[in-house]
Design a protein around this ligand. Structure first.
Ligand code: BG6
Length: 503
């Protein structure tokens, strides 16, 4: 049955996005092509876009609407799987699109956006800023000055918001001068990932975990976000940022918040975000004496990826050969509160690792009294492995008796495994942007980052950046295709532990 013919009313009303006008700045940019159009197309295919929802692409290049639609169609063909491309839906989706050529820095061009909205009725406007943060202030101001906004307009902004606390406050002030916090949607796309949302369900819907989720029962927590890719031609941006700002300040800290937060009173956006902020405030700040023991910075050198030789960071196109920017960081931190006192959180993230892998491992404490073979004692601890990507799933490592008459009471570790791809075989796992765009349309903010979260995250990162700057040491080298500098293994083994390996 074609998607057109499928009854829209068959969808639950609360999953359907509301009817909105999207105004997308950066309409010809990489994020729009790779993520936003494919995500909106998928929502259309799932009949989750309201009938008259439409999108105005805005960029500097001179295009007409037909040329723009052709460009978007090409992106869909490139980024959507062949068997998910439905000609009827593609046509319906392209019909929603329009284009205006606007120089975002000059208020004059904004009249064309205001005019496009003339017949919008009470349809809310969603302004999506898929452009550099340095333009956020200008765009918000010009939208207001040109009379393009009304009281229902929402704005969606991407990370990075600034490069430290001070610069992020300036950007947030500029956006906040036009939009109230209740209509600002700061994206951290990790919050839209299916398994990340499942963390909330896992923790707060299962009494089993509710009672165990604290320092009495958990010995330590690991978070690994490894990427196989290098910096993918983004030297200009990445060399100013580094892995700490690019990945830890946002994605990894959001994961820590969801792991460590107290139960919110309900699922309201602010109830959840209040609890996340408490975690960020409780993160132990870095001091100079922790650099040698609790933090490892690395930079990749040439090596191999998928059996092919790849260049080092300093040989990437446009590289500055003296750069000390880190492409890897491992650290040990702590959430200093009653729930987590004394529980180390080990984090590591890097580019050019052997594979793409994002996972959280919760290590439970050993039994207080052990009665099995002494030589198997090191097995005796449960682990909860939450795999974000690839192969989304959750596995609880438990010990059972090994089967066979000759095995006595020998123990055997094995997973109780929930593999999302198998368990929900008929349900496509949506891309993070699909979920996030849907929530923006519905006006739900719980998957978006509030201003105080961004600022507390920066405050903590700034403590580390300052300590690094005082030391001024070059990062440790690691070959592309490895798991980072050997020092990151030493960092965790000094506590008698190792990074979980079951790749
Ligand atoms: C982005 C970073 O926020 O996240 C990129 O800027 C990184 O450097 C990307 O590659 C990783 O996202 P994902 O969803 O592929 O893990």
């Amino acid at each position: 049955m074609s998607h057109d013919k499928r009854s829209r009313s068959s969808k639950l009303a609360d999953t359907l996005g509301s009817d909105v006008d999207f105004v997308l700045f950066g309409a010809l940019g990489d994020l729009s092509q790779r993520k936003l159009y494919p995500a909106l197309y998928q929502l259309d295919r799932e009949n989750l876009l309201a009938e008259s929802t439409r999108l105005l692409g805005v960029a500097r290049q001179d295009f007409d609407t037909a040329g723009f639609r052709a460009r978007v169609e090409a992106s869909l063909k490139e980024y959507i799987k062949r068997d998910e491309l439905d000609a009827d839906v593609v046509e319906r989706f392209l019909d929603r699109l329009d284009y205006r050529c606007v120089d975002a820095t000059q208020v004059e061009g904004y009249a064309s956006i205001r005019d496009w909205r003339q017949d919008a009725g009470d349809r809310p406007m969603v302004v999506y800023l898929a452009v550099g943060a340095s333009l956020y202030g200008d765009i918000c101001r010009h939208l207001e000055d040109s009379g393009s906004l009304d009281d229902s307009a929402r704005v969606v902004v991407e990370k990075p918001i600034g490069h430290d606390l001070e610069s992020s406050a300036e950007i947030n002030d500029a956006i906040g001068a036009v939009f109230p916090e209740s209509r600002i949607y700061r994206i951290d796309h990790y919050l839209g990932k299916e398994t990340v949302q499942n963390l909330i369900a896992l923790r707060f819907a299962n009494p089993l975990f509710g009672t165990q989720w604290n320092q009495n029962h958990i010995s330590h927590v690991e978070v690994t976000v490894a990427e196989k890719v290098g910096i993918e031609g983004r030297w200009g941006y990445f060399d100013q940022a580094g892995q700490l700002r690019d990945m830890v300040q946002n994605h990894l800290l959001q994961l820590i918040c969801l792991i460590a937060m107290d139960p919110p009173a309900n699922l309201d956006a602010d109830a959840i975000r209040d609890e996340k902020v408490k975690v960020l405030k409780a993160l132990k700040p870095f001091t100079d004496d922790m650099l040698g023991t609790d933090v490892v910075r690395g930079q990749y050198i040439a090596g191999t990826s998928d059996g092919k030789s790849v260049p080092g960071y300093l040989e990437e196109p446009d590289a500055n050969t003296a750069s000390h920017t880190e492409t890897f960081v491992a650290m040990k931190t702590e959430v200093s509160n009653w729930r987590w006192a004394g529980v180390p959180f080990y984090l590591r993230t890097g580019k050019r690792m052997p594979e793409k892998l994002s996972q959280i491992v919760i290590h439970f404490r050993q039994q207080p009294h052990y009665i099995f073979d002494p030589d198997q004692r090191s097995l005796a601890a449960n682990k909860l492995v939450i795999r974000l990507q690839p192969d989304e799933g959750i596995a609880l490592q438990v010990l059972t008796k090994d089967s066979g008459l000759d095995k006595g009471m020998r123990l055997r570790p094995g997973p109780l495994h929930l593999d999302f791809n198998n368990a929900f075989a008929k349900t496509r796992i949506p891309d993070a942007y699909e979920r996030l765009l849907l929530e923006v349309m519905k006006g739900q903010q719980y998957l978006f980052v509030r201003r105080d979260e961004v600022e507390h995250a920066w405050k903590w990162c700034d403590s580390l950046i300052e300590a690094w700057q005082e030391r001024d040491e070059p990062p440790r080298r690691y070959p592309s295709g490895s798991w980072g500098p050997v020092a990151s293994i030493a960092m965790i083994s000094q506590d008698g532990r190792s990074w979980y390996e079951d790749y």
